[in-house]
Design a protein around this ligand. Structure first.
Ligand code: SOE
Length: 387
């Protein structure tokens, strides 16, 4: 069986998720398309790189990302760093002929994302952007129903991504609240997941009209270190600095195929944790999904007899997308890890079989165009076209 050597750049939370995915992928998908070998992990902090190598099972570590790009034994560059370094690393990796998987959002802006897409296209390498949630079996099942025509023509999409980890004003000002590093706030971090799901299920987004708000104008500064996603609070005399990104985005959507929709994303919604939801209405039925109950897809078909019509629950399992590879009984429990394992599988299969995988850097670029248009619309209070 072929082995592909992985160099992962970034040793934080997302590095953990990707490492588990490489280790677990052959356990779910057998025979595996290839075995991903965890060769080198890179972090600019030498201590973190050493710890990540030991903890995440990498053969070696480094604090210099350029050294792994120059290393001829590396097949895959995996980018799990903050957003401001994605473009430099990905463009250098493409020029060196490496296949690339990059965490979301692809970059800070559409302009950066476009340069990344052009670089991978010119190099002819495989590329993927890690919008993992579309690989939740229940979301892939919604896609199957839509493609089979079970919902008829799609009329509307209502999507949300609500969290509360930054609702406390004492949650520190990590890189996620700095425009220069993150590009945008809740929009880029989590709203882009909903854009990905909307494009995947309904189609290309043609026009947006948005509002953006920054509820907490300044936050205590986190001095270096890993972003702890609000689990650490910095109160008292700690220095504060201004937040220059959105805490919340709300947008109306018009799709190229005539469907309409809405998107809301915030990290300030007390009581909501990973509340990714969508409800889709078609001419012949509806589906509803909530990631906090991610084994379930709620469905309602107009063909159901009138006295039985209503939403019912399909629990995903072996009969559904990815079901044969996952667990043998419906509702045993799909998690974040499983979505990352499926993502790693589909990326590695695209390398081995020389096929295109989605979402790729083109999708990442399109998502960035739509996100930038939402910010423009929030500033101008006008509809903004995205194609
Ligand atoms: C923080 O909001 C975050 O870690 C996002 O960056 C991830 O993409 C999301 O899946 C979980 O929440």
């Amino acid at each position: 069986m072929r082995t592909l050597n992985v160099a992962m750049i970034g040793g934080g939370f997302m590095g953990k998720a990707h490492s588990i995915a490489y280790a677990g992928m052959p356990m779910f998908f057998w025979p595996a398309p290839a075995i991903p070998y965890r060769k080198t992990v890179v972090d600019i902090n030498d201590d973190m790189a050493r710890t990540a190598a030991a903890r995440y099972g990498f053969e070696s570590y480094s604090s210099d990302w350029r050294s792994v790009i120059e290393d001829p034994t590396i097949d895959i560059i995996d980018i799990v760093t903050p957003n401001d370094s994605h473009a430099d690393i990905a463009i250098a990796a493409a020029k060196a002929g490496k296949h690339i998987i990059c965490e979301k959002p692809l970059a800070r802006t559409a302009e950066e994302s476009k340069r990344m897409w052009e670089a991978v296209r010119e190099a002819g390498v495989k590329h993927m952007v890690a919008f993992n949630y579309r690989r939740t079996p229940a979301i892939a099942l919604a896609k199957k129903y839509i493609e089979e025509g079970a919902l008829g023509a799609i009329l509307s999409f209502r999507g949300t991504y609500l969290q509360d980890w930054s609702a406390d004003p004492n949650s520190p000002l990590s890189w996620r609240f700095r425009k220069a590093i993150a590009g945008s706030g809740a929009l880029g971090d989590i709203g882009t997941h909903v854009i990905d799901i909307a494009r995947y299920l309904v189609g290309e987004i043609a026009e947006v009209m948005a509002t953006a708000n920054t509820w907490i104008k300044e936050r205590p500064v986190q001095a270096g270190g890993v972003d702890k996603l609000g689990t650490v609070k910095l109160g008292g005399e700690v220095k504060k600095e201004a937040v220059d990104v959105d805490d919340e985005i709300s947008s109306l959507l018009r799709f190229e195929n005539g469907a309409v929709g809405s998107l809301e994303a915030t990290r300030n919604a007390w009581g909501r944790n990973n509340f990714i939801t969508f409800e889709i209405h078609g001419e012949k039925g509806s589906v509803y999904f909530n990631y906090e109950r991610r084994d379930e897809l709620q469905v309602c078909f107009s063909s159901d007899p009138g006295d039985r019509r209503g939403f019912r629950t399909v629990y995903t399992g072996p009969a559904h997308p990815y079901g044969e590879a996952l667990w043998p009984i419906p509702a045993l429990g799909i998690g974040y890890t499983e979505t990352k394992i499926i993502e790693a599988h589909d990326f590695i299969a695209s390398i081995v079989n020389d096929t295109e995988v989605s979402p790729n850097f083109y999708d990442g670029y399109r998502i960035a165009v739509i996100a930038d248009a939402m910010i423009e619309s929030a500033n101008t209070r006008q509809w903004v076209k995205t194609i």
